[in-house]
Design a protein around this ligand. Structure first.
Ligand code: ACO
Ligand code: KIV
Length: 581
């Protein structure tokens, strides 16, 4: 310690930070730790503390209406253990618990719990809040860590242990007095567990268990909070494994985690501690709670889901969950929040968009080949750890276009929203036009603006040529004949011509009208149906060499969309010629 201090004092401070004021957390001596080889194969028991730890950290604690909305959401999502408040803290907290009990709002398969300090008046009031409920848990805490013994309680280890033991006795006494019709469970939290000497935490928890006397059908929940996250996640896992090994009544003890996120590693710490043997996890939706928050139950649950492990919680409408939590907490969820943020299934950058587009196409093809719907096919797509549709998102926002985007992203928007599957060279040509827009105007271009630009460029031009009507087209003696009316420079003209295909027939007809001006050559052609069924539209794409008004030649694409594939292909030619003009 002294050496460490001297080393820091004597070291120049490149970053100018007073690093010497901080001490690294010592490792736990557990060379035969087993958790690193464990895998998580099932969901833990969850407890939501949104209405307690989450609520106590809000700028504006929830009103009764917001609390009720949060409670209903948690029940709907499938949480079976819900901490609903600190009833002795205020009249608001007390009456919310009364409202739940008296209004019969707690389903049979849901256990509510209430938190109290280990002080008799507070314990009695807490117990009174539960009168009339079928079953509930009382949760009592006191801080054990050396710093708290010294600066908050000004007392020693034995006295602190006595607070826990005496508090447990008082919970039992007042429950007996007030709650003869209620099945009461008990949870004890050695607060600041992560900064407490491990043998001392075990000693206090064992003493509490001696009072509660857990046995079959009468569990005790020992909740081991990372009240403040002070070390790397592996340290928490070691602490949990070490603790679990020392317990004498492990089979009737539920080891519970209550991680906070001060170092930003709350989720990782929880997952490692689950691997280390914990049975139960307490947290809040989207990580609300004191300071940087409690561990985020949404991320934990969705992490299980993304590994094929049933989370036992319904996240299938994640936006509704997010909106409700935003309403209740009056705090926004970050756009990059895992699984739920606005931007988390969205790619702006070209190479990501390209890979996603190809990945989604491959997935559809693989599902079709396997003979089942794509929603049933094993998920695998570049840059998307889960299928956004599994949490109620559409693919619409998966790709959004700005100056970082490439042809793949633009083509994806056109294809997913308008079913036009642009040939590769047309993608390159059109993305150049979009790039000019994003470079010029900066920022994002919306899918509506991309579509307007596409229409203006390829579909809406009507000069110098406009295809008015195709009277007939067909094949005779191996040649295609076309009879159509085309407006040229404002004058309708009848074109009756032939060629080896309808496009060639139109080109020959145009060449007859004005040979040099409409002397175009076809380089490439593609077509596809836009939708299945009798009212299907077809899209046609042509790549033409077209003379320009400057006497040079351009290679340009044209696009046509029509119910009739021949008309669509003729429109495509006219689109390219008009673009050259
Ligand atoms: C880690 C956590 O999140 S724990 C939950 C924290 N949540 C809350 O505190 C929200 C609700 N709390 C409250 O409304 C109030 O703090 C109350 C009603 C519980 C108590 O209020 P007050 O009686 O005014 O006391 P105050 O809040 O200042 O608490 C500090 C006192 O409680 C003692 N204390 C603190 N925790 C505990 C505990 N778990 N068990 C017993 N005594 C405790 C302190 O030592 C201090 O005692 P002192 O007055 O003799 O110095
Ligand atoms: C009451 C306890 C579990 C707590 O909220 C904490 O330690 O963070």
């Amino acid at each position: 310690m002294t050496l460490q201090h001297e080393r820091h004092v004597n070291t120049q401070r490149p970053g100018g930070m007073p690093t010497h004021r901080y001490t690294p957390f010592p490792p736990i001596d557990l060379p035969d730790r087993t958790w690193p080889s464990a895998t998580i194969t099932q969901a833990p028991r969850w407890l939501s503390t949104d209405l307690r730890d989450g609520n106590q950290a809000l700028i504006d604690p929830m009103s009764p209406a917001r609390k009720m909305r949060m409670f209903e959401l948690l029940v709907q999502m499938g949480y079976k253990e819900i901490e609903v408040g600190f009833p002795s803290a205020s009249e608001t907290d007390f009456s919310f618990v009364r409202q739940l009990v008296e209004g019969d709002h707690v389903p049979e398969d849901v256990t509510i719990s209430v938190l109290t300090q280990a002080r008799e008046d507070l314990i009695e009031r807490t117990v009174q809040s539960l009168v009339g409920i079928h079953h509930a848990n009382i949760h009592m805490y006191n801080a054990l860590a050396p710093l708290f013994r010294r600066v908050v309680f000004h007392t020693g280890k034995d006295e602190i242990k006595d607070i826990a033991v005496r508090g447990t006795e008082l919970v039992m006494k007042h429950s007996e007095n007030w709650l003869d019709k209620t099945v009461i469970g008990y949870e004890y939290s050695p607060e600041i567990f992560t900064s407490t000497e491990l043998p001392y935490s075990v000693e206090v928890c064992e003493a509490v268990s001696d009072v509660w006397q857990p046995e079959d059908g009468r569990e005790i929940i020992l909740n081991l909070p990372a009240t403040v996250e002070v070390a790397t996640p592996n340290v928490y896992a070691d602490q949990i494994e070490w603790f679990g090994r020392q317990l004498t009544r492990r089979e009737n003890t539920v080891i519970s985690l209550h991680p906070h996120n001060d170092r930003g590693t709350g989720v990782a710490a929880t997952e490692l501690a689950m691997m280390a043997g914990a049975d139960r996890v307490e947290g809040c939706l989207f990580g609300h709670g004191e300071r940087t928050g409690n561990v985020d139950l949404v991320t934990l649950g969705m992490n299980l889901f993304s590994q094929g492990v049933e989370p036992m919680i319904d996240f299938s409408d994640i936006d509704e969950i997010r909106r409700t939590v935003e309403y209740c907490t009056q705090l926004p969820v970050h756009p990059r929040h895992p699984y739920a943020g606005d931007l988390v299934y969205t790619a702006f950058s070209g190479s990501h968009q390209d890979a996603i587009k190809k990945g989604l196409e491959a997935l559809e093809a693989d599902a079709a080949a396997a003979g089942h719907p794509v929603e049933e096919h094993p998920w695998e797509a570049p840059y998307l750890p889960i299928d956004p549709k599994d949490v109620g998102r559409s693919y619409e926002a998966v790709i959004r276009v700005n100056s970082q985007s490439g042809k793949g992203g633009v083509a994806y928007v056109i294809k997913s929203e308008h079913k036009l599957d642009l040939p590769r060279r047309l993608q390159i040509e059109f993305s150049g036009a979009v790039q000019k827009h994003t470079d010029g105007e900066g920022g994002e271009i919306s899918s509506a603006d991309i579509w307007s630009a596409f229409r203006a460029e390829y579909l809406d031009r009507e000069a110098p040529l406009k295809l008015d009507e195709v009277h007939s087209s067909g094949t005779r003696d191996g040649r295609d004949y076309l009879d159509a009316t085309v407006t040229i420079d404002g004058t309708a003209q009848r074109i009756e011509s032939s060629g080896n295909g309808p496009i060639n027939a139109l080109l020959n007809g145009l060449a007859e009208v004005d040979g040099s001006r409409f002397d175009v050559r076809l380089l490439d052609y593609a077509e596809h149906a836009l939708s299945a069924g009798g009212d299907a539209y077809a899209a046609a794409y042509v790549e033409l060499v077209v003379p320009t008004s400057h006497g040079t030649e351009d290679v340009l694409w044209g696009v046509g969309v029509h119910e009739n594939i021949v008309t669509a292909s003729l429109q495509a030619v006219i689109s390219a010629v008009n673009r050259a003009s």
